[in-house]
Design a protein around this ligand. Sequence first.
Ligand SMILES: Nc1ncnc2c1ncn2[C@@H]1O[C@H](COP(=O)(O)OP(=O)(O)OP(=O)(O)O)[C@@H](O)[C@H]1O
Ligand SMILES: [Mg+2]
Length: 230
Amino acid sequence: MLKVDTINQYYGGSHILRNVSFEARLGEVTVVLGRNGVGKTTLLKSLMGVVPVKTGSIHLDGRDITRCTPYERVREGVGYVPQGREIFGRLSVEENLRMGLAYKPGRTPIPTELFELFPVLRQMIGRRGGDLSGGQQQQLAIARALAAGPKLLILDEPTEGIQPSIIKDIGRVIRMLAARKTMAIVLVEQYYDFAAELADQYLVMERGEIVQRGRGADMDADGVRRRMSI
Ligand SMILES: Nc1ncnc2c1ncn2[C@@H]1O[C@H](COP(=O)(O)OP(=O)(O)OP(=O)(O)O)[C@@H](O)[C@H]1O
Ligand SMILES: [Mg+2]
C-alpha cells in the first residue's frame, strides 16, 4: 500500500532523515520506534507532505505522491493524526469531524461508524474540542482522520499523555481497523508495550536512520526493548 524509497530530509543544514526505505502493507500495523528527536515525526510529516522530501520517492497504492501537497494526499487517501492531536479547541466535536470531510462535496454526512468506534464522541458531539480530556481529544483526532476513509492511516504517538483505560480503547480500535484489511497503518510510538502489542512490522530509528527492523512477533526476541531503554 505504502512504499517509501530512500527518502532524505533536511531542516536547514541538518540532515534529519537518511535514506529511509520501508513498505507498509494493507491490513498491517507498522510501528516506528525510537527515542526523542530521532526523526519519527519528521518521517510522518514527510509522508503527509507537510515537509517536502529532498530526495527519494513515496508511492501510495502504486501512485507517486512524492510531490503532492498535504491536501492532495488526503484526497489520495492519507489520514494523519499529528503528535499533540491538534484538534480545534474552539470548534465543536461535530465541527472537528467535519474538518476531516472538508474536501468532500457539500454536506457529506459524518460516517456513523466513527461513533461506533468511539461512542464517547456521540455523547460529546456538541462540546467544544478544547473541553474534552486528552484521551477524548485523541479519539477525536483519530476519528477526524478516519472520516474521509483513508487507505493509509498515520498516527504520531497516540498514547502520549493519555490515561491507561483510553490507551486500551485506542489499541483495540487500531487492531480492529487493521483486521478489516482496508488500510495500512503506520504508528509512531515510544511506549514499548503498546507498540509490541500492535506491531505486525517494526522499524527502529536512530539519528534519522532505520537501524533495525523485523516482524512484530519478534520484537522481544530481537531485543528492541533494550535498544529503546539504553
Ligand atoms: N521545524 C524544525 N526546524 C529545525 N529542526 C527541527 C524542526 N523540527 C524538528 N527538528 C529537529 O529534527 C530532529 C528530529 O525531530 P522529530 O520531531 O522528527 O523527532 P521525533 O523522533 O519525532 O522526536 P519526539 O520523540 O520528541 O517526538 C530533532 O533534532 C529536532 O530538533
Ligand atoms: Mg515526534
